[in-house]
Design a protein around this ligand. Structure first.
Ligand code: SAH
Length: 254
């Protein structure tokens, strides 16, 4: 049988948010490759090999999976959320671009998943209801001054901003610096959402404002959404507030 590679998005964590297409791809694979905690979310299947690796080993994992496909196996490489959002699909493409010419002929299918930003947004209302942009705050793969320029441009242009990878043990100060930067452009009352481990047992979602937002509210499993000047909070008696960004922009602010 000729090899085939599925690059599969597992969604944010809740098995109900795994798509039927992703589930079908996982069930056909001879071998699974991924970051250990993501593989742990997949129920074991007899005869299916598992190759867990560290989350900093993405190029090595991608190359190992491609070698396995080239030998004729059905392989699934998994990512949390969507595999195209700061995840394995781009790592696979990079290895194909740099790797042996034969890898360009391999059969590859990328299967989308529900990315963390969408799961967090749905918990609080509709913060992404108008134009938004997405940044990874990790400066492992790009220089910090570039991140600052992008934060300035995004906030200055009125985008809602979703921040992936806000902090890690090796990157303790970046989120605080990002909030400082955004305060230069945005009103103090701009809503900020911290969505931690959404869809998992230890989920925690909080809403605050930019003046009160502190980096200690986030960890590696947190997605942060910073509103635009139009984003607002609707208070509701006896219910959680709704955070939303109206779909229409008033003519006057254009
Ligand atoms: N491919 C993933 C993102 C990988 S980057 C996706 O599409 O969701 C890793 C970052 O994603 C984390 O630092 C965090 O910011 C975010 N993240 C992943 N899963 C999450 C979840 N269940 N809840 C909140 N944020 C999450």
């Amino acid at each position: 049988m000729s090899g085939r590679l599925f690059v599969v998005g597992l969604g944010p964590g809740d098995p109900q948010l795994l798509t039927g297409e992703a589930d079908a791809a996982l069930s056909t694979a001879d071998a699974l490759y991924g970051y250990g905690p993501y593989l742990d979310r997949i129920p074991p299947r007899p005869g299916q090999a598992r190759h867990p690796s560290d989350n900093r080993k993405e190029p090595e994992r991608a190359a190992a999976a491609l070698r396995c496909v080239a030998e004729g196996a059905q392989v699934a490489v998994v990512s949390g959320g969507d595999p195209g959002v700061f995840a394995m699909a781009a790592a696979i493409c990079a290895e194909i671009e740099a790797g042996p010419p034969a890898w360009r002929s391999l059969d590859i299918t990328i299967i989308p998943g529900i990315t963390a930003m969408l799961a967090v947004a749905a918990r609080v209302g509709a913060p992404l209801g108008h134009d938004f942009c997405v940044l990874s705050l990790s400066d492992n793969l790009k220089p910090w001054p570039l991140i600052e320029r992008r934060l300035d441009a995004a906030a200055g242009a009125g985008f809602v901003i979703a921040l992936y990878n806000p902090v890690s043990r090796a990157r303790p100060w970046q989120l605080g610096a990002a909030f400082e930067r955004l305060r230069r452009h945005l009103p103090a009352a701009t809503p900020v959402v911290f969505g931690r481990a959404v869809g998992r047992a230890d989920e925690n979602v909080t809403v605050t404002t930019l003046d009160a937002a502190g980096a200690e509210a986030a960890d590696m499993a947190t997605l942060v959404i910073v509103g635009s000047p139009e984003t607002r909070i609707i208070l509701r008696p006896g219910r959680e507030s709704l955070v939303y960004t109206p779909r229409a922009m008033p003519e006057a602010s254009a």
